[in-house]
Design a protein around this ligand. Sequence first.
Ligand code: SAH
Ligand code: SF4
Ligand code: F3S
Length: 468
Amino acid sequence: MRDLEANLQYEYMDKVRGYVKQQEEQIGRPLTFYVKTFGCQMNARDSEKLVGILENIGYVEGEDEHADFVVYNTCTVRENANNKVYGRLGYLQNYKKKNPIMKIALCGCMMQEPEVVENIRKHYKFVDIVFGTHNIFKFAEILCNNFESGSQVIDIWKDTDQIVEDLPIKRKFSFKSGVNIMFGCNNFCSYCIVPYVRGRERSREPKDIIREIEGLVADGVCEIMLLGQNVNSYGKNLDEPISFAQLLREVNKIEGLKRIRFMTSHPKDLSDELILAMKECDKVCKHLHLPLQSGSSRILKIMNRSYDKEKYLDEVKRLREQIPDIALTTDIIVGFPGETEEDFLETMDVVKKVRYDSAFTFIYSKRTGTRAASMSDQVPEDVIKDRFDRLLKEVQTISAEKAEQYEGKVMPVLAEEMDDQKDGYVTGRLDNNSIVHFPGDSSMIGNIYNVRLDECKGFYYMGELADA
Ligand code: SAH
Ligand code: SF4
Ligand code: F3S
């Protein structure tokens, strides 16, 4: 049974479909859309929801921004994510001059910042639709308002506790899919804007999650990624509380599903229960993304991360005791306000001790409204650059060494798609997310094979079927 809100949105879709058809008849060809996603996996999943609705109302997918309807699903986690969007809006204005029926929509995290919306209202009048992260389920309704009024529609909510199930979704990949298990974040790490733009933590009901995954599997999906800003706090506020570890065990039972991944696990509350569930659930990939942010306990405290260097290293030890070959990846920020050379060396120390399979390194970016933005001792750019380069070098050297240790080994690879570089080859992934190219054909996609990793080429491998 669909809920009332979903029913309402389907009614709007019916209505907009009529408007789309009218325009199609006027111009004598189908209307096209192009959705460009910035940012993380959550945004990628949200974009699949937007595409689901766009296809439902009769738009067909175009190739680029020359489409009749361009949607930018934005990210604002760092200033450069934000700047990219403004940069591209200039091009869109020119395209629109040549195509008067063109519509432009902006949505996603950046739109939850009042000053951004003000700027668009004042200086980007050619943008037709602006909405945020909390009312994305109202996309059809907002679009309908725009068709009917013919003028700019801006609709931003401050927050919501609503989760609307059962709206159309169009997956980007046939064999894998993200699955939201929770929305929002309550952690307020002092550098981070996400809690301000994604609102408070809300978990989906386990039965809705399981039903969605069963549907996906029936539709050919063999790998899912459970998505949340901190999956470790999943389920705590549900009427019938359930832990993330319990959810994993339930998902692991779903027949036909082959691989389970998840993002992101916060080190402040990585439980033994979760480690054990990861170990015992055969479908759960032996890979953990465990964002460090900084190795300095002093900085971690100011970041409001609720763990220190020792606790983090202890978690890594507990993980490796239970799952010795687990792949570990991380996120690190360089140049947080007040970071000294000593603090930075603590980060380098953790990197050397943990030896990550890979790490995303970020230069600290000041985000308006966060606590860190008003901290006085911002680190000079040249100092940050120097530290960033040293960190990157260390991280890359270790990654390469870790990757090389698998050369010659036979490992399970999920065949994901035909190789677009080399005929007669398929591209797949190891448990730890590394890419492997090996000879094969399209009948193999969605299955797991034992592949010998003949040659490590940095961040990917060339291999061949082990039992061929
Ligand atoms: N919820 C996840 C992270 C989501 S944001 C977690 O807690 O781990 C993804 C990454 O962006 C973060 O891990 C952090 O490393 C980086 N990030 C967030 N805010 C940032 C900022 N202001 N400057 C630089 N990097 C930032
Ligand atoms: Fe941002 Fe921290 Fe929440 Fe992650 S846990 S989204 S870094 S506030
Ligand atoms: Fe960016 Fe929003 Fe994700 S700010 S990182 S798209 S939650």
